[in-house]
Design a protein around this ligand. Sequence first.
Ligand code: PLP
Length: 434
Amino acid sequence: MSDANDAAFARAQEALPGGVNSPVRAYGSVGGTPRFLVSARGPYVTDVAGREYVDLVASWGPALLGHAHPEVVAAVQEAAARGLSFGASTPAETELAELVRERLGASSGVERVRLVSTGTEATMTAIRLARGATGRELVVKFAGHYHGHSDGLLAEAGSGVATQGLPGSAGVPAPIAAQTLVLPYNDLDAVRAAFAAHPGRIAAIISEAAGANAGVLRPDPGFNAALVALAHEHGALVILDEVLTGFRVGPAGWWGLEGAAEGWAPDLFTFGKVIGGGMPLAALGGSAALLGLLAPLGPVYQAGTLSGNPLSVAAGLATLRAADAAVYARVDAAADAVASAVSEALAAQGVAHTIPRAGSLFSIAFREHPVRDYDDARAQEGWRYAPFFHALLDAGVSAPPSVFEAWFLTAAHDDAALDRIREALPAAARAAAA
Ligand code: PLP
């Protein structure tokens, strides 16, 4: 059946590489025609053919409150009426930094926040800062973790790099790739071995607070705490990447669920997605001493024409202000409901599966055994996901178009939306079983 989505995709492919501006949107691993969206409200998105879907992508995370939340839209409209971009500081940027600091609390060590426009910029800047602070060059990352598309961080990356089965990216000079040591996740011995093999040379370990870009990869109990202890023992810093988990799995992100209780903190946090409420905004945070190394105070350069953009900051402030305990309770409950419904439907069809879970984030892995690292995530019957995905889509439920992506719930997923997902699941499970 050909519809307006096919026409939109055909036209897009003549103007945009692959018809998209970000690879996973092309449905490469599930096949078929990507839906071209024209609007979104609450838990629903509407495509160019006028069809409505329950959305489980939430713009890949930002839409914590649901799409087009009235308070967020009003804040952006008010800001827009006052001017789109000034290239000068605004009081609202300070308010947002203060709010981030307040949400994280003193034990996080976040005293200063630098606003940037994308998660990629946040992690790239955090790494430059760690190198500037330590005078060292090597960086440790974990296989299957995704930290954006800067040169040094694409090796064995998750998200679209995993979806396309790539070891990294063409165009990254070998000397740059060689400065990143890629280790298996949840493997502290590998981290110890890296410090032993490169004494005094590792500037930082960067790690997703809880992995969510090769499907969900939950950190083993004590893993993050041990990372911080090991890094500090060897004079290296820890960058906790909360671009995806920050302000989504709780008011203080994954760290708030784990580190705050266990008494550890990273040296730098990176945030994105929810912090901008759907507008381009991201941030890094850390101590006044460390962030004081950034220009204009210090020698580590970073800048941005649109950094702290007034519309983005307005959306971020409105989103964080609305994200109260009730919002997180609703998102958690919706995630519980969908994760158990998925599992029940697959079990009813005898499909081997496990549902890796970290707070309100979960994904599906078509294997019996738990998933602890990227090798586990790849060792599954991933081909079952495409028919599962398409059966959901046909029934008006838009799941992430890759088995390596987390499912995102919002506070707007009410009973009506959850019922539509539940109704769609038996047929999807039958398709996955075939
Ligand atoms: N870090 C993590 C953990 C992410 O999930 C992402 C994006 O998915 C990024 C960084 C990059 O963020 P952006 O796509 O805004 O550049």
